[in-house]
Design a protein around this ligand. Structure first.
Ligand code: ATP
Length: 340
């Protein structure tokens, strides 16, 4: 008798358009799992503006423990309380790698075509470590870069580059900052274990410039927390709409997947939210689950989901209003399900 793997997914349906895109996504995941040899059990985790209203806490005390019991977390955007939810989640689950792919989708207008890069951002330290002080005359933020966190993020980046086009760019400012010299040196030490990858370096200011004028030259970029934060938003702008970009936050044994966009209160409840970003985040989630539990079917399903989304943009005129169209979230989902 063959056993079907059940993935336990903690779901934060969030605020604004969050609940509508999450409902649409659950439907897609259920139908996708029927086609493959795995299934899902979704565990709703209350967090965000709604949680604050109902319980007095944006991130109720049992939320982290509930997420830890699951395979991973799928998170829709949070509204006003985002920083009281996202930062504690990243810290308490030790989600040390923020993965932000920026890929142009044929059929969606963008400044450049043929961009396919991923930014691997260290997510726990650097200038965001909150080692700071302020007085009337002065304020400081200490930029802490540790060997452990740098080795960890570089290893993630190398593994990713190996699976992609085998090109990895280390982004730093080692001509000015000693902490960047350290980051670069630790990265280069790890790089010695990956001779099959072409590894180069670039100063962060030049990286910002090159991303605008020639983003096609990049494949995988690895960098520190704040540089990664800024460059990934820039890369997003180069490739197209906010409604299409996915992301993941990876920890040791746990991960959280989320669209890059926010709660989009201006279109809440209208049924016109673009579900692409959260669906592509699900594709990243399936790939990660497949890797974690050595289930090739889940990796196959990840590709299937991504390719089916690309097909809609390449072969149909179905577009939600953020991309200039007149279609609804449900029109998009209906088309997607007909492709599976
Ligand atoms: P945050 O600070 O939480 O990231 P924000 O205020 O910067 O949020 P969003 O909530 O992402 O921005 O919205 C910015 C604009 O993009 C809004 O006009 C919103 O309607 C639009 N938008 C964002 N996501 C989507 C989506 N999935 N589908 C359609 N439009 C979207």
């Amino acid at each position: 008798m063959s056993m079907t793997k059940t993935f336990e997914i903690a779901v934060i349906s969030g605020d604004g358009i969050g609940p509508e895109i999450t409902t649409a996504t659950s439907k897609v995941l259920e139908i996708l799992s029927d086609k493959y040899s795995f299934s899902f059990r979704f565990k709703e985790i209350l967090a965000g503006d709604r949680a604050l209203k109902e319980t007095g806490h944006a991130l109720p005390s049992n939320a982290i423990d509930e997420i830890k019991k699951c395979s991973c977390c799928l998170k829709a955007p949070i509204g006003e309380t985002a920083r009281y939810v996202v930062l504690p989640l990243r810290q308490e689950l030790n989600l040390f790698a923020n993965i932000r792919p920026a890929k142009t989708i044929p059929g969606i207008p963008s400044i450049h075509s043929g961009v396919d890069l991923v930014i691997v951002r260290e997510n726990t330290e650097g200038l965001y470590k909150k080692i700071d002080d302020i007085s009337k005359e002065c304020a400081i933020n200490v930029r802490m870069i540790t060997k452990e966190a740098t080795e960890r993020i570089m290893t993630v980046a190398c593994k990713m580059a190996k699976e992609r086009r085998k090109k990895l760019t280390i982004v730093h400012k080692a001509n000015v900052m000693i902490s960047c010299v350290f980051f670069r040196n630790v990265c280069l030490e790890i790089a010695k274990n990956y001779s099959e990858i072409d590894i180069n370096e670039i100063y962060v200011d030049n990286a910002a410039y090159q991303l605008v004028i020639n983003p096609q030259q990049f494949d995988t970029l690895v960098t520190t927390n704040m540089f990664g934060d800024i460059l990934s938003d820039e890369a997003a702008g180069v490739t197209g709409s906010l409604g299409i970009l996915p992301s993941s936050n990876l920890g040791q044994d746990i991960a959280m997947f989320e669209p890059v966009h926010g709660a989009a209160f201006d279109i809440e409840g209208k049924g016109i939210a673009n579900p692409t970003a959260i669906l592509l985040s699900c594709s990243m989630m399936l790939d990660w689950l497949g890797e974690k539990y050595s289930i090739s079917d889940a990796k196959q399903a990840a590709k299937d989901l991504e390719n089916s989304i690309l097909k809609i943009y390449e072969e149909t005129n179905i577009r939600t209003p953020d991309l200039g169209g007149k279609n609804t979230t449900n029109d998009f989902i209906r088309e997607l399900l007909s492709i599976f």
